[in-house]
Structures are given as C-alpha cells and as structure tokens.
Write a protein that binds this ligand. Structure first.
Ligand code: ADP
Length: 425
C-alpha cells in the first residue's frame, strides 16, 4: 500500500520539477533569443542610419548613390556586416558589397523592417534590415538592405537549447531518485504509526477475546443444567462478574488511550492543586492497602498550611487523578508486604511526584517495556493481577500531555520507584 503512495509522491515531485523547469527554461531561452536579436538589430540599425542619411543627402544633390558610395569603402567600413545592398524604387539590385548574397528575399514596407531568413545556397541564416530611402518630396527612391550572418549567434542559442534538454533529462532522473528517497523518509513515521495501530488493534482484539471466551464458557456451564439454582452456579457467576469487570476496565482504558491519542482528547488545562488530588487518591486507596496489610503513606515538601498554594498549578484535574491512581494502584497491586510511599515535592520550576514500593520489582530486561501498550512482565503475580497492561501507557501519555517526564527504577524482589516530573505552569 505504501509502495504505491511512495511512487505517486515521487511522480508528483518529478512532475512539479518538470513544470517548474519547463517554465524557467522557456523563460531563459526566449530571453536569450530576444537579447541576441535585439543586439544584432542594434548593430544593423547603427550601420544603416549613417548610410541612409548619406544616400539621401546625395540623392538630394541629384546624384545616384552608386556613384559615390563605393562598395569597397562600404565593405571596409562595416566589416561585421555580411552584405550591404542598394535597390532601386522597384526593388532591382543596383549594388551589393557581397555578390554571393544575391536573391536575398526582401520585404518592402513603408517603414524599415527586420527579417530573419535562411539562405539555402550559402547555408547561412541572415538577419536583414530593409530601410526605405526617400527624396525630399516623400517619394521612394530606393531601398538599403543590410544583412548580418547570425549563424554564430544561432549556434549559441542552439547550444543553450541542447544544454537545457540535457539538464531536463538529468534533472528528471535526479528528481525521481530524490522523490523516492524523500517520500521514503517522509512516509517512515506514517508507516511506523500504521504498524503500531495494526499491532494495537491486534492486541486489543486479543485482550477482549480472552474475557469474552471465559464468560461464554461459564455461561455454557450454567446453561448445561437449567435445574441448578443461582446459588449452585455462584462459582461460575463470580467468574463471569470478574471477567465482566475486567472487560469494563479494559474498554475504559482503550477509550482513554484513544481519546488522549486524538485531538478530541486533548487535556483541558485548569488551575489544580496537585497535593489535593494526591491526597484524594491516597485516601481512596487506604482501605485497599490496609486489606493487603500494606502501609500506604504520603509526604509533601513543603508541608505547612501556608505553602499549600505552592501545589497549585495548571493541568487536567481528571487526567492527573488518573495518573496518580495508576501509579499508586500498581504499587499496591504489585506489593505483597511492606509499604507504598508517595511523595510530592515542589522544586524550583517543577514538581517531583514519586511512588516507591517494596514490591516484586521489575526485571532489568523488562524495565524498558513497561510503558508499552499491553505490556505485562511475566511474573506469576502480574498474571494473577489480571491487569490489561495499559495503565503505564496511559500514565506516560498523560505525563507527556503535561510536558513532563516519567522514569522508573526497580530491583527485582526489592521494590520499584516511579518518578514523575511535571513542569510548573
Ligand atoms: P497492568 O494493568 O498490567 O498493571 P500497567 O501498564 O500499569 O499494566 O503496568 C505494566 C506492567 O508493568 C505490569 O503488568 C507489571 O508487570 C509492571 N509494573 C507496573 N508497576 C509495577 C510496580 N509498581 N511493581 C512491579 N511491577 C510493576
């Protein structure tokens, strides 16, 4: 699927390059051609003007041009010019500095005009200026034509044309390679997140299937003997209840992850008191900790009444409650005996929230994965707990949404410590 997108992106880049290049090339070529023609025309005009003036003034004195404008003089005067031709009023050639350039096509107009013509016999391109010579009564006495060999200039233009084509071919090739490379680079995060999404859907389906299968099996047992009372089936019913509860928590976690991951779940910042949130989480977990014989304690630094305001910052009340709950809940869940201690500290520009326990700990090889979605370490205690492996992934999302950091340190059999750094806002 991504291969096709990659090819399409590259093709688009090549097309874009070609369009831009064609536009620039056309501009460069036509500008160069225009410059070349106008410089040639400039030379011819500069040559023609004094000549026409000279011829006109001699005509005014009743003399015919050929009698005083000698061809050799003209040739030496204007060496750059290929030919200077005089024609009479009906266009017949009177004199020419270059007899080789005969039968030069010409256009007689009222004013002077420029033409580019190809002399097939000489195999030369000429730029020809034809200017009208008039007597004082406004009658046409003849025509002066100046021809300039522009083969050299046209060759230059032709070379430019060739270079532009070569660059177009090489550029297309390079643009295709660059397009393939760049599309690969730019698609990498998309491919990664697509794969993650696929993995997530597969993991989620697997997680949902397990409790559903258990529920179905237990219902089948109940259905197999309809004469039994509810009391007789209490064992199966309690399994169903446990699995239903697990399903509820799982779907809730999945929803939280989806919300946080999408724009609709963006955290809503408001003024919150971190210590108040922490105390309410700790209070609601006291009873669970006591039931397990674990001591759940909390310290806040500084702690006196006047400094309570120090814990007021901006954050999402519900998400922060959820974050503290996940960490304290896990600490109690994965601790068999000893204590769970939560600590909130106000530092210069941030808050440090630490949860320390004397629980089962996490093996060094697994510690890097605990924030991955659906990841559970493979200890027997963890399997018993029936967790979904989404808690810490959600915790990490919440911390990152608050632009904070979460780290974990643990020693197997000794205990675990999670530290969260939340910037002050
Ligand atoms: P779960 O719902 O399984 O607790 P979490 O994402 O909250 O999922 O945690 C992922 C895994 O990290 C847990 O399954 C457990 O193996 C490990 N873990 C998390 N917190 C602790 C802790 N305080 N002590 C030991 N292991 C922990």
């Amino acid at each position: 699927m991504f291969q096709r997108v990659r090819l399409r992106l590259s093709a688009l880049l090549v097309l874009l390059f070609l369009a831009l290049y064609a536009l620039t090339s056309i501009l460069i070529y036509s500008l160069s051609a225009q410059l070349m023609i106008s410089s040639v025309d400039g030379v011819m005009e500069a040559t023609a003007q004094p000549l026409v003036e000279e011829v006109s003034s001699s005509l005014n004195q009743g003399q015919f041009p050929s009698e005083f404008v000698t061809l050799t003089k003209l040739s030496s005067l204007y060496p750059k010019v290929s030919a200077i031709i005089f024609r009479d009023a009906i266009g017949e050639e009177i004199a020419s500095t270059n007899p080789k350039i005969n039968h030069l096509p010409y256009q007689f107009k009222h004013s002077k005009n420029f033409q580019t013509i190809y002399h097939s016999i000489n195999k030369v391109h000429y730029r020809v200026l034809t200017d009208r010579i008039m007597n004082p009564y406004g009658q046409t006495e003849g025509y002066l034509q100046i021809a300039l060999n522009i083969n050299h200039d046209l060759n230059g233009l032709h070379r430019l044309y060739e270079v532009l084509w070569i660059v177009a071919i090489a550029g297309t090739f390079l643009a295709a390679i660059a397009g393939l490379y760049m599309s690969k680079l730019s698609l990498q995060p998309v491919v990664r997140s697509w794969n993650q999404q696929q993995q997530f859907v597969a993991d989620a389906s697997h997680e949902l299937r397990t409790p559903l299968t258990v529920i179905q099996l237990n219902l089948e047992v109940i259905n197999s003997d309809l004469n039994k009372t509810i009391g007789d089936n209490s064992e199966w019913l309690s399994v169903i209840q446990k699995e239903t509860d697990r399903l509820r928590r799982l779907t809730q976690d999945l929803l939280t992850l989806a919300r946080i991951g999408s724009s609709s779940g963006l955290v809503r910042f408001q003024a919150v008191n971190l210590l108040e949130i922490l105390m309410s989480v700790v209070n609601s977990h006291q009873i669970i900790a006591e039931a397990k014989g674990i001591k759940l304690s909390v310290t806040a630094c500084p702690q006196n009444e006047a400094d309570q305001l120090m814990y007021v910052t901006r954050g999402d009340q519900d998400r922060l409650y959820q974050l503290f709950t996940i960490l304290i809940d896990n600490a109690i869940k994965y601790t068999e005996q000893g204590e769970v201690h939560a600590q909130l500290e106000k530092k210069k520009n941030h808050y440090d929230f630490t949860v320390r326990d004397t629980g089962i700990g996490i093996a060094e090889s697994q510690i890097d994965h605990v924030f991955d979605r659906f990841y559970r370490t493979d200890s027997a205690r963890v399997r018993e707990s029936g967790g979904s492996g989404l808690g810490l992934a959600i915790a990490k999302f919440i911390v990152e949404a608050h632009e904070g950091k979460i780290t974990v340190q643990s020693t197997e059999g000794i205990g675990t410590e999670f530290v969260i750094q939340l910037p002050e806002r």
